[in-house]
Design a protein around this ligand. Structure first.
Ligand SMILES: NC(=O)c1ccc[n+]([C@@H]2O[C@H](COP(=O)([O-])OP(=O)(O)OC[C@H]3O[C@@H](n4cnc5c(N)ncnc54)[C@H](OP(=O)(O)O)[C@@H]3O)[C@@H](O)[C@H]2O)c1
Length: 245
């Protein structure tokens, strides 16, 4: 699944990907990368956000709706080879777990399922967190829930469901993000706390690049790579031992 083209009996057929949260900042970068790679692109976003995707009119198919609505997701992921779920569900109505569950329930068997999240998610409990990340989860998490802005526990629950599923999932864990021109594919490691990740910064455009590249990387299936920009000091210091994404 390296590019959006596969050879069929009557010539190359386009592979199809669905981007859930297409109207977000990360989502819009993903739409562009997916089109650049020749994929047929389907997007899901809230109805009020459709206009954020005006620049792609005529080049993608949109399914406006709630991302945790099984009916919307079932129609959107129909026939998709890859499904990329890249939103930050605000609010405290179990949007994150509802969205993840809808994708797990309706994506076709064998499809590559990509999910983005932050470093606070852990696959095997062997991540080593800085005091800053611990404080963020301990203090900002309950505060965000109190003011009904976001529910970090529900994001954890969403990822638990993904990890426990028998799908071909990859959970990509992003560092702090910044805007700017691409620096190329980020580097990654299995555990937060590994020296290569120390710089804790990735360009958002490159987070999207990693996600789209991961669709074609069998070695990442059932991994939760934590990423960092390839031009950051910690990545450069460990360049010689960097695994290719
Ligand atoms: N921001 C960071 O520093 C950071 C760091 C590490 C990892 N990440 C990960 O990166 C991904 C994207 O982050 P981002 O900062 O670039 O965010 P973003 O994509 O710019 O924006 C958030 C997205 O979530 C959607 N959304 C919010 N509440 C929703 C709801 N209740 N139902 C449906 N959709 C909802 C928004 O939709 P609308 O367009 O409709 O508003 C928007 O598409 C996330 O997985 C996040 O965990 C972010």
């Amino acid at each position: 699944m390296g590019t959006g083209l596969v050879q069929g009996a009557s010539g190359p057929a386009r592979q199809k990907v669905c981007i859930i949260g297409a109207s977000g900042k990360l989502g819009q970068y993903l739409v562009q990368h997916a089109l650049d790679r020749g994929y047929e692109v389907v997007g899901v976003c809230r109805p009020a956000s459709v206009s954020k995707l005006d620049a792609f009119e005529g080049r993608i198919t949109l399914f406006p709706g709630a991302t945790d609505d099984g009916g919307v997701i079932e129609r959107a992921v129909d026939g998709c080879d890859g499904v990329l779920t890249v939103l930050v569900p605000r609010g405290v109505h179990d949007y994150a777990s509802g969205t993840a569950q809808a994708v797990l329930d309706h994506a076709r068997p064998g499809a590559r399922l990509l999910f983005s999240c932050g470093w606070h998610i852990t696959l095997d409990g062997r991540d080593v967190y800085s005091w800053k990340i611990k404080a963020l989860v301990k203090l900002a998490g309950p505060l965000a829930r109190l003011v009904r802005f976001a529910d970090l526990d529900n994001q954890v629950d969403a990822c638990r469901r993904v990890f426990a599923s028998d799908t071909r999932w990859i959970v990509v864990r992003g560092s702090d993000l910044e805007e700017g021109d691409s620096q190329g594919l980020p580097v990654w490691s299995r555990h937060v706390g590994d020296p290569i990740l120390k710089s804790n910064l990735t360009r958002r455009i490159d987070f999207a690049l990693f996600l789209i590249a991961a669709i074609g990387n069998d070695e990442l299936v059932h991994e939760a790579p934590a990423i960092v920009g390839r031009q950051t000091p910690s990545a450069l210091a460990h360049a010689a031992i960097t695994p290719a994404p």
